[in-house]
Ligand binder design. Sequence first.
Ligand SMILES: *Cc1c(COP(=O)(O)O)cnc(C)c1O
Length: 424
Amino acid sequence: MSLQDRDSQFLWHPYTQHKTATPPIGIVKGEGALLWDEEGKQYIDAIASWWVNPYGHSNKYIAEAIYKQLTSLEHVLFGGFTHEPAVVLAERLMELLPSGQKKIFFSDNGSTAVEIAVKVALQYFYNKGDKRTKIIAFENAFHGDTFAAMAASGISFFTEAFRGSLIEVQRIPVPVEGKKEESIESLKKLALTGEYAAFIFEPLVQGAAGMVMYAPEVLDELMAICKGNNVFTIADEVMTGFGKTGKTFACDYLMRQPDMMCLSKALTGGTIPMAITTFTQELFDGFYDDDVNKALFHGHTFTANPTGCAAALASLDLLQTNEMQDNLVRINKKQLAFRKEIESHPRVKTARVLGVILALEIAREGNEDYYGGFRNRLYDFFLNNGVILRPVGNIVYILPPYIISDELLEIVYAVIRQAIEEVQ
Ligand SMILES: *Cc1c(COP(=O)(O)O)cnc(C)c1O
């Protein structure tokens, strides 16, 4: 029996309506930007396996670091204990993060990183006896699938069933061209009420919304409003972190600094699930007290897993090589050139690039659903042509591993060109 057949007996997949979905593809091998299925068919992974894999599949350098760690200390509880990989990783991140970030809290995935940021914001005010119990987020945001992360997320059909059980969140428009003033005015109104603990955002690029991009200057303005009204800012860099925008963090484009940052996805080069939430000293001090009840009572069994930390350290080594930094520049140039070519196509509504990310919107009559028919036809067309791309409605985006060759990237472009012509 094929993997595909055996899978259907016991497995339940993410974001999948099993009654109508085509069966999942059984993948047996990955190397660099390529994957192979159980029938030997080759695919270009043009979305870095949900944005986690910048350095290529089955990366030997990270694998060796993981093996070495597994054979010296695979895991130890982080409550009451510590270890070298966590300490060194914290030290290394301190050199890379905006200077205001002073404390690092480990967890396992992007949603928990967000969950922790929101809990810290709410408990900070609770500890002070201040009633700030709501948060502010962008429309169409995506911050994950646990409860606080869901509350912060604005893609409604993801969260509709749980609406009654979520913390209160007010949404403001994303400050894309033409919406800046409205976004700023909406935030001002909310911030002035004194009811909001935090403003959470995906800095510069909203990933799951379809790589929606907005300018750093307006984010600086929004953050200034928060600062002036004691609303903490949470930069969710789960997608944007570690080079995707062309800088180490999207926040590196800003004049201002957030109070918290959420990191995951590329943190371990796509090998081991791990996440980090970082904090300013002010936030940490809001929990620092003789009263044990003011502590942050949050933890996960695998908090700061040494093997994950070793994978993250190896990933940082790779990110900081000249070769990888050159890759970021090379891919950005390719993407800009492709945008220039494709944006004049009559069927391309808009095209945008930041760092290694390119997104283009294909013109269609009427609105296109997130998982609608046109989207599925595009998705199938790409797969049939050996390219993994997951369009969001009528938005096609490329977020390749940084090690992808120009030749493979050209194949991705060719398949997209063809899709724009042929898929109706
Ligand atoms: C993917 C993502 C998350 C959720 O991360 P998981 O590891 O899937 O829980 C949160 N925020 C952003 C911006 C993301 O892209």
